[in-house]
Design a protein around this ligand. Structure first.
Ligand code: SF4
Length: 357
């Protein structure tokens, strides 16, 4: 069975003030050594054929095209393998995009977040709205046909009207996929202790309105709402991310990377020096029996394709019918799936359905 490889690149030019992902300040020499360790760890899986590879971070667009080529050379790539990289508008331009295409990347996920300069600045992003738009246009003119953009809902100073403007501009760009994530204020981030920024952030009701507006606008523009936070033109759903929701195997390489492989879930610790200097990354197992029936149901419900009603026992179906009457689930043609309203409070609905919450 093919696998997916996730490669974590934990370096950033600057820390955004809402970010709690594991990343450290970019250092060219350290990144070089880190790439060497990524290659070394990939060699532990010579028999794995990949039908998806995903470079995430951090800021993987700090990698040169040569580094990407070297890493991909260590992987047995299936024909038509989806090879994605996250891309930060402040660290990529047309020349790099051409190099990435030649190196084997065929899908970009650009972290736009917003097209309001005020919101971008308040969140500590290094790019402005023109740079974000130009990044997508440059990638497209360099030859990328499969481009995704990330936007964030609930950023400081964002309003329904500024979000509407961002969405209107975004749908006019050459995109095949859009991810829209709701900002959560994580502890120990600068945002969490900045009272002025927090008071300029949307309250829960406004955030819900923002989500519903995003669903409406993107669906109207032809993007299918295939997962809670993800929208795609037909045939452009992210194959790698679908693995996570379908309980298919993936192998994470690099600090803080997660895996579900060989019947176990594990993650790599955050120690960059140990990752660089050890013969194998330090993997910590946290689930020895992943993908049981309950987990499969929970993950499948994140997707618009939902689950077959036949997979639910009588007790679960009875609960599903009650929730459907309230408009949070749809039961149609033997499929049980969340509605947009259900996606908005998916954790609660899934919990009520599967765990008697
Ligand atoms: S670029 Fe991404 S990973 Fe890096 S600090 Fe900003 S949000 Fe976090």
């Amino acid at each position: 069975m093919p696998v997916g490889f996730y490669i974590h690149i934990p370096f950033c030019l600057h820390k955004c003030n809402y970010c709690d992902f594991f990343s450290v300040k970019y250092d060219e020499e350290r990144l070089n050594s880190y790439v060497g360790a990524v290659k070394k760890n990939l060699r532990r899986y010579p028999a794995c054929c990949a039908d998806s590879v995903y470079f995430g971070g951090g800021t993987p667009s700090l990698l040169s095209a040569g580094m990407v080529y070297d890493i991909l050379s260590e992987i047995d790539l299936a024909e038509n393998c989806e090879v994605s990289t996250e891309c930060n508008p402040s660290s990529a331009g047309k020349d790099k995009f051409k190099g990435y295409l030649d190196a084997g990347i065929n899908r970009l996920s650009v972290g736009i977040q917003s097209l309001s300069d005020r919101e971008l600045k308040a969140s500590g992003r290094l790019h402005n709205s023109d740079e974000a738009v130009n990044t997508i246009k440059s990638a497209y003119s360099a030859g990328f046909e499969n481009i995704s953009a990330d936007i964030m809902l609930g950023m400081p100073y964002q309003t329904i009207s500024s979000l509407r403007e961002t969405l209107d501009r975004i749908v006019s760009l050459p995109l095949t996929h859009i991810s829209a994530y709701m900002l959560t204020v994580a502890e120990d981030t600068p945002l969490a202790s900045d009272k002025a920024l927090l008071s300029a952030s949307a309250d829960a009701d406004t955030l819900a309105d923002m989500y519903m507006l995003t669903c409406e606008k993107l669906e109207k523009a032809g993007f299918s709402h295939y997962e809670i936070s993800n929208f795609a033109s037909e045939g452009y759903e992210c194959r790698h991310n679908l693995r996570y929701w379908r309980c298919e195997p993936y192998i994470g390489i690099g600090t803080a990377a997660h895996s579900c492989y060989n019947g176990k879930r594990f993650y790599v610790d955050n120690d960059i020096d140990s990752f660089i200097n050890s013969s194998e990354q330090n993997e910590i197992i946290y689930d020895e029996a992943p993908c049981d029936d309950n987990e499969r149901i929970m993950l499948a419900l994140r997707l618009k394709s939902g689950i077959r009603a036949a997979q639910l026992d009588d007790e679960l179906m009875k609960k599903a019918e009650t929730i459907a009457k309230a408009g949070y689930l749809e039961i149609k043609d033997g499929i049980v799936s969340l509605t947009d309203k259900g996606f908005l409070i998916s954790n609660e609905i899934i919990c009520r359905l599967t765990m008697n919450c």
